[in-house]
Design a protein around this ligand. Structure first.
Ligand code: 4AD
Length: 455
């Protein structure tokens, strides 16, 4: 065919093409530009080819006509091939639709990397209805799809918004270590590692380190990976997750609760206003309703009453009694039925961690809080901390923890104690709620959970 001999040339008489990212294309109508990216969608027909190009900042429809469309190299194009394209940005005529309401009318293009066709083609590797485990094996390719890449962009906007709130609140960012020799949330979920002949663990939470920063830096936060060797295979547990944690000095329990509400509501407002993430949330979760202040507050004891009144049993299939853990299924049923964010407070001492402060009016319960969101359940756990050395040592004893490894944590109380408290938010859990994902696995770049540590 004659088409095979057509040579694609970059006409030197045309205006110089300005190299841009697709995200800026709508601002440059009428200009000749150079765009580089991956073939996201492709339709080649006689005399006309439509390529939706993706570069991570957006999508643009590129239109090739005449010789460009008929050239042999165009007929051989495949999904995920990388291209360098020059052309003029035009506003779409009324009644036509394409990303951003524009077209790139192509005058020249070059193949940077041709992706395979046939057996090994991209669409063969990434089939939407494939077994979830197969899709997880191909995570590096699945991430290129609109849903997962959209969630990752919302994730970036969420972390940016959280940091913005912390800056506004005057809270200092720190980076505690991930390799530690202490536990925070119980020995059963520790990942152990050999550390130059000593035993060490991957951190479960940076809380203890944050507490030690209070006298040095004032209120502090970190956004750091936490690790849990979770035996349970649930849709909201990961073995590694991004933990947003903060610690605040000289506060009351009430201050802690209102700080958490403000952090969540403000950061969500910022994400919704974000020019990239806002529209993505509308697509991923059209029914999303931003939470309003104040959140519903509910004491653990009243949650038990609510569960018993609604015939929701405990893990043994019996009515709830004081001291029972409210496990995931029951917690979610309650939260979904109530349908609004809940601050669940005052959990019993025996089901919470060694460091939690007891309530002055009832020493059976602690100044503790879980934030529960419809569809995912718990997204945040926090508490006021024990302030006195003696009481803390008693907590270690109760939990059978060797206090000697915690000398530095005990010193926080010894050298100038203060009332303080903090919390941890699971990034992937907030995202599952915000982006309406069934599982937190969709909200982590490369999720780690029981049996999966690749790619
Ligand atoms: O309730 P948790 O275990 O609390 C702590 O770690 C405290 N030391 C935090 C603190 O006060 N600084 O975990 C806090 C949050 C949970 O509410 C949940 O959102 C998330 O971390 N989380 C997990 N997310 C994914 N996978 C897991 N296995 C998680 N475990 C906890």
């Amino acid at each position: 065919m004659a088409a095979m001999n057509i040579k694609i040339v970059d006409d030197p008489n045309l205006p110089v093409a300005q190299k841009i990212k697709i995200g800026k294309a709508t601002e440059l109508i009428g200009k000749r530009v150079l765009i580089q990216g991956w073939v996201h969608r492709l339709r080649v027909q006689k005399g006309l080819a439509f390529i939706v190009l993706r570069d991570g900042t957006g999508f643009v429809q590129c239109v090739l006509s005449g010789d460009l469309a008929n050239a042999y190299q165009t007929t051989q194009l495949t999904l995920e091939t990388t291209l360098s394209i020059k052309g003029t940005i035009e506003k779409l005529p009324e009644g036509k639709s394409a990303p951003g309401g524009i077209d790139l009318v192509v005058d020249y293009y070059d193949i940077v990397g041709l992706a395979p066709s046939g057996e090994d083609s991209f669409s063969n590797k990434v089939q939407e209805d494939a077994d979830p485990q197969l899709l997880l094996d191909q995570r590096h390719l699945v991430l290129r799809g609109e849903t997962l890449s959209g969630v990752m962009k919302v994730r970036a906007a969420l972390l940016k918004s959280i940091r913005k709130v912390y800056v506004e609140e005057g809270i200092c960012e720190v980076t505690p270590p991930c390799m530690v020799q202490t536990q925070v949330e119980g020995g059963s979920t520790l990942f152990k590692l050999g550390y130059y002949g000593e035993e060490a663990y991957l951190t479960q939470s940076s809380q203890l380190y944050l507490e030690t920063c209070l006298p040095a830096l004032g209120d502090v936060y970190c956004i750091q990976e936490s690790f849990r060797a979770e035996k349970s295979h649930t849709r909201r547990h990961l073995s590694e997750y991004t933990h947003i944690e903060a610690e605040l000095g000289f506060i009351s329990f009430e201050d802690l609760l209102s700080h958490i509400e403000i952090l969540i509501t403000k950061s969500i407002q910022y994400v919704l206003k974000d020019p990239v993430a806002g529209p993505l949330i509308k697509q991923l979760n059209p029914g999303f309703v931003a939470p309003k202040l104040p959140f519903k507050r509910m004491e653990y004891i009243h949650a038990l009453e609510w569960l018993n009144e609604h015939g929701i049993p405990n893990e043994d299939g019996e009515p709830f009694k004081f001291g029972d853990d409210i496990a995931e299924a029951a917690e979610r049923k309650m939260t979904d039925t109530i349908g609004v964010p809940i601050l669940l407070i005052r959990f019993p001492v025996e089901i919470k961690s060694f460091y939690m402060k007891k309530c002055a009016d009832d020493p059976r319960v602690t100044e503790s809080v879980d934030v529960l969101m419809p569809t995912v359940g718990e997204i945040t756990g926090g508490s006021m901390r024990i302030e006195s050395v003696e009481e803390l040592l008693a907590g270690f004893k109760r939990e059978n923890i060797d206090a000697s490894a915690y000398y530095w944590f005990v010193d926080q109380r010894k050298y100038g104690t203060c009332p303080h408290g903090g919390y941890g938010l699971g990034t992937e859990r907030i995202l599952a709620w915000l982006c309406n994902r069934f599982t937190v696995r969709d909200c982590s770049l490369y999720p780690r959970f029981t049996g999966r540590c690749k790619p």
